[in-house]
Design a protein around this ligand. Structure first.
Ligand SMILES: Cc1cc2nc3c(=O)[nH]c(=O)nc-3n(C[C@H](O)[C@H](O)[C@H](O)COP(=O)(O)OP(=O)(O)OC[C@H]3O[C@@H](n4cnc5c(N)ncnc54)[C@H](O)[C@@H]3O)c2cc1C
Length: 478
């Protein structure tokens, strides 16, 4: 039997699609990565359906691509091989459990940031999750698997650090649970002290199975929160101030962007430029506490560092959130109330891309300086975006491009992104959410035995090579 007939038997004909329009929709994302249509789309609703889909694909040796909303900004759900079936998991959208005592939530893949935020606000107002700048309709579970960053990452780290455990259908069809949830329902309180098998799924871009449930850490919603803006000049002082402030451990979050992005959010029309005398970077720093005094003291810690830096350059300005809103406009409100519609400033054109990386703190400033020169050479808007990660154990940086998808601009974007990646790799930075072209470049720099280990793990789990083949550049079966 053909795969289409098998899938229709599992989920019913109404949840299998192979029309030209559907195939087109799943063939591309907003990035510059080349498109390729899948052969079919299947939309399961239950764990049993996912399991049967994987078993059927093993029989017919059909590639499967887990998909929720395709907003990875890494081309990660664009088929890398012909004949792939997209497994669209949007319909598995239950929030199964919130454990108030152990502070975790158990979600299915289709649960979105908007959905989770509203659910917690309505039913568990003392708890919060952490939210990205991404659209509110993107997947919480896929985001955690991708090891990205949200608005508690300065304090707690990359998103996979929030995972307590998960349930997955292995590429060979067995259902497994990892983390303390492996000991039974209602017990997803940690991924330790068991061997940490979350790593078999996080960062793998859907190559090692389909995750059907995930337990994620929630945090107490602090009664007092405050945001301040910091406008600063020059890469070196900017990075130094961000690093110094992050190391005091007073921050929940830090977002540092180049001024053109600040102007975009304030409503300035594209193309947005930086004029002489304007600050180079704007930071949004977030603190919280149990009392107003605790919050004020944390702000004082930040102010002390900025005042010391002002002795060298008095143009750096620390500005209250209320002052910033007066200066920049009310549209800044959603910036601190994520997830929000803020992503729309980045969706000005049909194209959006970046090479996001994590980097050793000692190279952060240099990469920012040299990266800025590359972006300016290619004539793009300067949209640098940085975050201090996990109390400043490491830094995140990327240059964002919003662009019209005409042939010339796409070619320029590809060249500029490739040059930025080469720069980042030369300083030991590691890209996250790597498209295939970037994964291949990264592999050239990695210890060959690390790549060998990745291949062994992937082949052991997926002997028929059906799960998102071609990702991570691991397709060659030598
Ligand atoms: C404007 C904009 C801003 C953004 N800002 C941020 C940000 O601040 N921080 C951040 O971290 N991200 C950000 N993102 C990226 C994106 O929002 C997240 O990565 C997103 O939450 C992933 O969800 P998705 O539904 O798009 O996943 P998809 O793109 O559908 O899937 C992503 C990857 O995960 C795999 N996958 C999906 N579901 C499963 C599953 N159940 N089991 C196994 N593998 C699976 C897919 O095969 C694919 O490789 C941004 C995106 C946009 C468009």
């Amino acid at each position: 039997m053909e795969i289409k007939q098998r899938l229709m038997k599992i989920v019913g004909p109404e949840r299998v699609a192979d029309g030209a329009a559907e195939k087109h929709v799943y063939s591309y994302d907003m990035t510059e990565n080349p498109s390729l249509p899948p052969s079919l789309v299947v939309m399961p609703q239950t764990l049993e359906e996912v399991q049967q889909i994987v078993q059927a694909a093993n029989t017919t040796k059909t590639p499967l691509i887990p998909f929720v909303t395709g907003q990875s900004v890494g081309g990660l759900t664009i088929p890398a091989v012909e004949g792939a079936v997209i497994v669209d998991l949007k319909r598995m959208n239950r929030i199964i459990e919130v454990d108030e005592e152990a502070m975790y939530v158990l979600v299915e893949p289709g649960v979105t940031f908007g959905h989770l935020k509203k659910y917690l606000d309505d039913h568990h107002p003392t708890l919060r999750y952490t939210y990205p700048l991404a659209p509110p309709y993107t997947s919480v579970l896929a985001n955690a698997l991708l090891e990205g960053l949200c608005d508690l990452s300065t304090r707690h780290g990359a998103m996979a650090d929030f995972i307590n455990g998960l349930e997955a259908v292995l590429p060979t069809g067995e259902v497994v649970r990892v983390g303390t949830g492996a000991s039974g329902e209602g017990n997803w309180f940690s991924r330790y002290p068991l061997p940490d098998l979350v790593g078999l799924f996080a960062g793998w871009q859907g190559m090692t199975g389909i995750v059907t449930k995930m337990a994620l850490q929630l945090w107490p919603k602090m009664p007092f929160n405050r945001h301040v803006g910091l406008l600063c000049f020059g890469e070196e002082p900017t990075i130094r101030m961000l690093t110094r402030i992050a190391r005091t451990q007073v921050l929940d979050d830090s977002v540092c962007v180049s001024t053109p992005l600040v102007k975009m959010v304030s409503g300035v029309a594209a193309p947005v430029e930086l004029y002489d005398g304007e600050p180079d970077y704007g930071m949004l720093l977030t603190v919280s506490g149990n009392t107003e005094t605790e919050v004020s003291e944390k702000i004082n810690v930040i102010r002390r560092i900025v005042n010391e830096e002002r002795e060298t350059d008095s143009r750096h300005v620390l500005i209250s959130w209320e002052g910033l809103m007066k200066l920049m406009g009310d549209q800044w409100g959603p910036f601190v109330d994520l997830p929000s519609e803020m992503y729309k400033v980045l969706a000005e054109h049909d194209g959006l891309t970046w090479v996001g990386t994590y980097i050793h703190p000692k190279y952060w400033k240099t990469v920012l300086e040299e990266g800025r020169a590359i972006v300016e050479k290619y004539g793009f808007e300067l949209i640098a975006n940085l975050k201090a990660m996990k109390g400043m154990h490491f830094g995140e940086f990327k240059f964002i491009f919003r662009f019209p998808k005409d042939d010339d601009t796409v070619k320029r974007v590809r060249e500029c992104n490739a040059e930025l990646l080469d720069l980042a790799l030369s300083y030991g930075a590691i890209p996250y959410k790597t498209p295939v072209w970037a994964a291949k470049k990264l592999q050239e720099r990695l210890d060959p035995n690390f790549v060998m280990l990745m291949r062994r793990v992937q082949r052991a789990l997926d002997p028929n090579g059906i799960m998102n083949p071609g990702r991570w550049g691991l397709d060659e079966r030598d």
